[in-house]
Ligand binder design. Structure first.
Ligand code: ADP
Ligand code: MG
Ligand code: ZN
Length: 430
């Protein structure tokens, strides 16, 4: 992909309305554009990051044996009335009426809809346990939508729901999802803490939140610096020592990126959702629900990883891992060489390379590449190219390497952690 074809406009002044660094950098780097309070366009760069996050989540949900579904965002009021949440959910629930004056909610979450789906679909104990998930737009009329993608009125969530025969089987589903969450966040390059949490409006018996520790977070967690123990502030109460290792506890602000709940029969009971057990008795589902704030993850990643120059994307999230920067101004020959080099990288690592083919000064290209946060910059200068060399800059560490052009694919393969270089050698050997 080339920047002259990419509809983006970066800017280097601080946007006035943005209070947190992730919001500022996403606006400046052309990742998102504000439409109205809590509503954003994802521009091409932002949409690519969103898709990358989604595909890692899909892979790990599938690996955990969950099945993808897609439920409507528009939900009939009757389902919400059956669980009493039509009244209890409060003003955060967007309510609308159709032309026949029937009431609907724009889904902030899908417990009712999925329970209604399961009671028709899962009739026998032989079909259980089952976990269903979707990646979908959610709507919440937040009192204070703010911090860009962090707290929107419309946002992308991965929500999963498990249906089990018993509390024990439900607990196993819950643990499987917790493990999947650790894999997802680690593949995304995020450092998270899992904390015990309150069950809130969703209800149920036990619950854990996954927190990205960051100064701008709206939540506070109490954590142990020596082991993995951590808790949400409400549950930790006055405790000052870690219950596992007696170490002094510390507290810090954090961003909630995931939340898992053991729901028990909170929804299956009022909705009379169950299955036939081996003795032919009608039995209620034991349920769990599991959310990840997909669009919030862009913001959380930037809060955790940036510097004065801009965003520093974890490798797995970057819109493109590699940005090729030919520094020739209007020099056609230089741009052509840049394109050949970009094509070589693209062939080995499809979808991972962007070339900055604008007729811009080197300073402008460097500043934009830093701002947008591409993990690796391949810098093509006149003098180095005469000796068939390119310069590489690693965005995260600032380290620079001078390489022969021929060594580029292997070096990038190592950098991306892909076995591409091995395959290349085999082909060359033949
Ligand atoms: N308004 C919002 N904007 C962006 N992401 C949100 C918003 N509300 C919730 N999320 C994300 O969705 C996940 C699951 O939602 P949930 O736990 O029901 O939200 P909450 O804790 O705000 O009630 C949260 O962990 C969070 O990452
Ligand atoms: Mg939550
Ligand atoms: Zn401890």
């Amino acid at each position: 992909m080339r920047t002259t074809r990419l509809p983006y406009v970066t800017f280097h002044e601080e946007p006035a309305e943005a209070e947190v660094v992730s919001h500022r950098l996403m606006l400046r780097g052309s990742y998102v554009k504000k439409v109205a309070g809590g509503l954003y366009d994802f521009l091409p760069l932002g949409a690519r990051v969103l898709r990358r996050i989604e595909s890692i989540i899909r892979e790990e949900m599938d690996r955990a044996g969950a099945f993808e579904v897609l439920m409507p965002a528009l939900q009939p009021a009757e389902l919400w009335q059956a669980t009493d949440r039509w009244d209890k959910y409060g003003k955060e629930l967007f309510r609308i009426q159709d032309r026949h004056d029937r009431s609907f909610a724009l889904g902030p979450t899908h417990e009712e809809v999925v329970t209604d789906l399961a009671r028709g679909l899962l009739r026998s104990y032989r079909q259980l346990p089952v976990t269903l998930y979707q990646i979908q737009t959610k709507f919440r009329d937040e009192m204070r939508p703010r911090f860009g993608l962090m707290r929107g009125r419309e946002f992308v969530m991965k929500d999963a729901y498990s249906f089990a025969r018993s509390g024990e089987e439900g607990a196993a589903c819950y643990r499987e999802m917790q493990e999947a969450y650790f894999r997802i966040f680690s593949r995304l390059g995020l450092s998270v803490r899992m904390v015990e949490a309150d069950t809130g409006m969703i209800g149920g018996s036990s619950s854990h939140e996954f927190m990205v520790l960051a100064p701008s977070g709206e939540d506070t967690v109490v954590f142990c610096p020596s082991c993995s123990w951590a808790s949400n502030i409400e549950l930790a109460g006055e405790a000052t020592r870690c219950p596992l290792c007696q170490e002094r506890l510390e507290r810090t602000t954090a961003i909630e990126v995931g939340h898992v709940f053991d729901l028990g029969q909170r929804y299956s009971q009022p909705m009379e959702a169950g299955f036939l057990d081996p003795d032919g008795r009608e039995t209620l589902f034991h349920m769990g629900c599991y959310g990840i704030g997909v669009s919030r993850l862009l913001a959380a990643a930037i809060e955790q990883s940036h510097d004065d120059g801009g965003i520093i994307w974890p490798l797995a999230m970057a819109p493109w891992a590699v940005c090729v920067l030919p520094l020739g101004g209007k020099d056609q020959e230089m741009t052509a060489r840049g394109e050949r080099i970009a094509a070589i990288i693209e062939e080995r690592f499809p979808g991972e390379v962007l070339i900055d083919d604008r007729e811009a000064r080197p300073g402008v290209k460097f500043a934009d590449a830093d701002l947008c946060g591409f993990p690796l910059q391949v810098i093509l200068g006149e003098r180095n190219l005469r000796e068939d060399r390119v310069e590489l800059k690693v965005r995260k560490t600032g380290e620079r390497h001078l390489l022969p052009v021929s060594g580029l694919p292997e070096w990038i393969g190592d950098f991306l952690g892909r076995p591409g270089s091995m395959v290349d050698t085999l082909i060359l050997d033949r």
